[in-house]
Write a protein that binds this ligand. Structure first.
Ligand SMILES: *Cc1c(COP(=O)(O)O)cnc(C)c1O
Length: 384
């Protein structure tokens, strides 16, 4: 095999965490080295510095960092005393953690359909889900819109429905942190925002991490208490049931460095998305970013006619190009979640798109030759 042929089939990573590591190399080593020197591994100075910088980045008043995106969701629902008898509305087309947080606290996740064009929560389906919850004797308590694949949900429309029933709005921005909606950054919509620093998320650390963002002073105080065993004056004064859900100082030190290049990475992801859209818009349904929105492209997800997806995945795999299906089974079809209620009339969009979606490699370090190789392979597989 000659050099050229070898390059043409060299495996492409789906998310290239190593490329970013190379770019940041020295700065990260130094940042981690400082923590190793001062030994304040929990609640060290980097944790507070990172919280301030993240708040400044997105314009939220308070940032409460924590151990994962899932903990960010759980902590917020705990701080709002969500529990048995409460309905928590969320899309079925999402990662399981969105609904898991509610179920873990004994509340009832009620599944809502999404829109075909954005993959995000459908406000009309949300209204139907609220009616469903009331009919079966649940208290409508909270809604968790998700900024899926990096694109903000329609936060104004969600807020209108939420106000009618006094719902607490918790934005699940694990995939959308860094995006904007009508000129404002994610982290400032609803009553609180949960995000994740899982390594493959747009802003990831080198392990697990997360944060809750809110403008509500009292809620921020309760979150800081829940984060450390429901502490009052200190952790030996326990005023509520809490968790051990702190962000490690080492992860905070990594995140301080990564936040510096995050705007640049968001721009790079958008360039990749633009080139994909130009090159593939005539062979597949490419994602659309509505007017007034920006995306951070946690995933670049195509829609294909049902039945064509597996052939595309196989053809790409044979050429060293990975793809992923987010999500093959909607939450309302999962063994652990299918006994929970869904909006009346069902979730027809969710049921259809789970058979159509396929995500292509997407990250800030996907260079143009590699992207061209992916595009050529996709076009060839789809017969163009
Ligand atoms: C990743 C993710 C989470 C959970 O984040 P972790 O940090 O892995 O706990 C929650 N919601 C959505 C939509 C996610 O994509």
């Amino acid at each position: 095999m000659n050099q050229h042929a070898r390059l043409e089939t060299a495996p492409i990573p789906f998310v290239d965490v190593a490329a970013q590591r190379r770019r940041l190399g020295d700065a990260i080593d130094k940042a981690v080295g400082r923590v190793l020197a001062h030994c304040q591994f929990l609640m060290g100075p980097e944790v507070f510095e990172f919280e301030q910088k993240l708040a400044a980045f997105c314009g939220a008043k308070h940032v409460v960092s924590c151990a994962s995106g899932t903990d960010a969701l759980i902590m917020t629902l705990m701080a709002e005393a969500v529990g048995p008898g409460d309905a928590v509305f969320c899309p079925s087309f999402t990662f399981c953690a969105t609904a898991e947080a509610a179920a873990l606290l004994g509340a009832t996740p009620v599944f809502v359909d999404v829109r075909t064009d954005t993959f995000n929560i459908d406000p009309e389906s949300l209204k139907r889900a609220v009616a469903t919850a009331k009919k079966i004797g649940l208290r409508p308590k909270a809604v968790i819109p998700v900024d899926l694949f990096g694109l903000p949900a329609d936060h104004d429309a969600v807020s209108v429905v939420a106000k009618e029933d006094g719902l607490f709005v918790l934005d699940d921005a694990a995939q959308g942190f860094g995006a904007t909606y009508n000129g404002r950054k994610i982290g400032t919509f609803g009553h609180a925002t949960a995000t994740s620093f899982f390594p493959a998320k747009p802003l990831g650390c080198y392990g697990d991490g997360g944060a809750v963002l809110t403008d509500d002073d009292a809620l921020a105080g309760r979150l800081r208490s829940v984060r450390i065993h429901g502490q009052g004056k200190d952790k030996y004064d326990n005023i509520r049931i809490g968790l051990t859900a702190r962000l490690d100082t080492i992860q905070a030190a990594v995140l301080i460095e990564k936040l510096k290049i995050f705007p640049d990475e968001i721009a790079a992801r958008n360039r990749v998305a633009q080139r994909y859209a130009q090159a593939l818009g005539d062979v597949a349904i490419v994602p659309q970013v509505p007017e007034g929105y920006t995306s951070v492209w946690a995933q670049y997800t195509l829609r294909l006619p049902a039945g064509r997806r597996n052939a595309l995945a196989e053809a790409l795999k044979a050429q060293g190009i990975p793809t992923a299906i987010y999500y093959p089974i909607p939450l309302h079809g999962q063994v652990a979640y299918r006994h929970f209620p869904a909006a009346e009339g069902g979730l027809p969009v969710t049921d259809a798109i789970v058979g159509q979606v396929i995500s292509l490699p997407m990250h800030a370090y996907l260079d143009e030759p590699t992207q061209d190789r992916i595009v050529t392979a996709v076009r060839r597989a789809l017969g163009r």
